[in-house]
Design a protein around this ligand. Structure first.
Ligand SMILES: C=CC1=C(C)c2cc3[nH]c(cc4nc(cc5[nH]c(cc1n2)c(C)c5CCC(=O)O)C(CCC(=O)O)=C4C)c(C)c3C=C
Ligand code: FE2
Length: 430
């Protein structure tokens, strides 16, 4: 960790141009009423704010750069997929609506700061020695790393706080699909936060600090670390490979294709409910991949399973990765043939998944797979028809198993410093 280098540089001005002072935090002045108290002043650009890195934000386009937090849509959906993921689902522990709203406001401020490369609140040190610092400190010295924080609300949240009338029709509970072997401990959640960054420490720091701010009001239900993005939203960049060694994400919604995003990903103004306009719906599936079985499967069979070649990722009968697939040339149970929009009434989703390995399964095999994340305008016309088709007859099913599942309504973006995550839902004003 580069804290020393940062802390002792000559120029300790932060990105806001204020000096990197050791002023006590507002929380220190107010007493120990909770970590969130300090966020209001510092998050609003107060003079006590310290930069996380203590030096300038990396230039745009750099892997260390900052992704703007404010906008019509939340970042982390159309954003060029970062290298690493820390995804966390939370259970709400409070029945007090006002307390929960305060938390959402505190989270928003902390998220805006962390994505800009700053510490939470008044920072990781410099406050009163008798109190825990506002920020946990492990990201000191690290650049913003294109961190994005994306919040989602699960179906069970709408059973609380008198919100049942605000639940979007498109936020359906997922049906049980053939072959599902879902672990309740890795499924569901009232809330989720998707943290994506080019540095795993930055993503983990962000989730940890949000969980810390939420202590007593929310609790982590399950979480998933991911590496090696398995889809990209930048079709002109090199397509990443999944743990089966195949290029994954060749045909995906491009984050720069405004028309496709409007058609398939963003909730439209007329879709309803009003508070979701500009938002999206997220399906998360933890998919175990039996890599040991796969590794003993012939190359020909592997290529038949996907309907694409392993070397360049070209569809059957074609030479180049981005050649238009001719579905009838593929085996009837080929994954690509069954997942393609033409086989599913046009259903199109934006995939944003990551590979994972989480130790062993206790039977001498790696607990490895794909943490599948898909964004869409409506779950009923997005993930569900595609997964129904795949669950029925995909050749890939011999090698994978869905072991975790969750669905979330992802509200629109936070417009400016006065706005906050979920404002439309909780105030009834778009
Ligand atoms: C319900 C949706 C999907 C699940 C679940 C899913 C799991 C899954 N996929 C791969 C590997 C590949 N998928 C590819 C293409 C592809 N997959 C889906 C949907 C789901 N995949 C779609 C919509 C598509 C695109 C179809 C098209 O339009 O042609 C590919 C090929 C390359 C690509 O286009 O991305 C691979 C490889 C795995 C390993 C997996 C579960 C572990
Ligand atoms: Fe797929």
């Amino acid at each position: 960790m580069a804290e020393d280098a940062t802390e002792h540089t000559e120029n300790t001005a932060n990105a806001e141009g204020t000096e990197n002072t050791r002023t006590p935090s507002r929380r220190a002045l107010l007493g120990w009423g909770g970590a969130g108290l300090a966020l209001g002043a510092a998050g609003a650009g107060g003079a006590v704010a310290l930069t996380r890195s203590g030096d300038a934000v990396a230039p745009a386009g750099d892997a260390g750069a900052a992704v703007p937090f404010h906008g019509a849509h939340q970042a982390g959906i159309a954003t060029a997929v970062q290298d690493r993921l820390h995804f966390a689902a939370f259970d709400v522990k409070t029945d007090d609506r006002e307390e929960f709203v305060r938390l959402l406001k505190e989270w928003t401020k902390a998220a805006a700061r962390m994505t800009a490369g700053h510490t939470v609140g008044a920072g990781a040190h410099g406050g009163l020695a008798e109190a825990p610092p506002d920020d946990t400190g492990e990201a000191l010295g690290l650049p913003p790393s294109r961190l994005t924080l994306t919040i989602g609300f699960g179906p069970s949240l709408f059973e609380r706080f008198g919100l049942s009338g605000s639940r979007p029709e498109a936020l359906v509970d997922l049906p049980r699909f053939p072959g599902d072997n879902l672990d309740k401990a890795r499924s569901g959640g009232d809330l989720c936060v998707q943290a994506c960054a080019d540095d795993p420490q930055v993503a983990v720091h962000a989730v940890r600090n949000l969980a810390r701010i939420g202590f007593g009001k929310v609790a982590v239900r399950w979480s998933q670390l991911g590496f090696g993005k398995t889809s990209s939203t930048t079709p002109d960049a090199q397509t990443p490979r999944n743990l089966f060694g195949f290029k994954d994400g060749t045909r995906n919604v491009s984050g720069r294709d405004g028309a496709a995003l409007a058609q398939h990903v963003w909730v439209g103004e007329k879709d309803g409910p009003e508070w979701m306009a500009g938002g999206s719906y997220l399906v998360a599936r933890r998919i175990r991949m039996n890599i040991e079985t796969w590794d003993r499967t012939s190359l020909g069979e592997q290529e038949d399973v996907f309907g694409r070649d392993k070397r360049v990722g070209a569809p059957v009968g074609k030479a180049k990765e981005h050649d238009e697939p001719f579905l009838k040339a593929m085996k009837p149970d080929a994954h690509v043939r069954l997942a393609h929009p033409d086989a599913n009434g046009g259903a199109t989703i934006l995939r944003r998944g990551y590979s994972f390995t989480d130790g062993t399964d206790g039977l001498g095999r790696l607990d490895a797979g794909l943490f599948f994340l898909a964004y869409q305008r409506d779950v009923r016309t997005g993930f569900i028809p595609v997964q129904r088709n795949l669950a029925r007859s995909d050749a890939l099913n011999e090698y994978i198993q869905h072991v975790g599942s969750a669905v979330f309504a992802v509200p629109p973006g936070v417009r400016d410093e006065d706005d906050w995550w979920g404002r439309g839902l909780f105030t009834g004003k778009a």
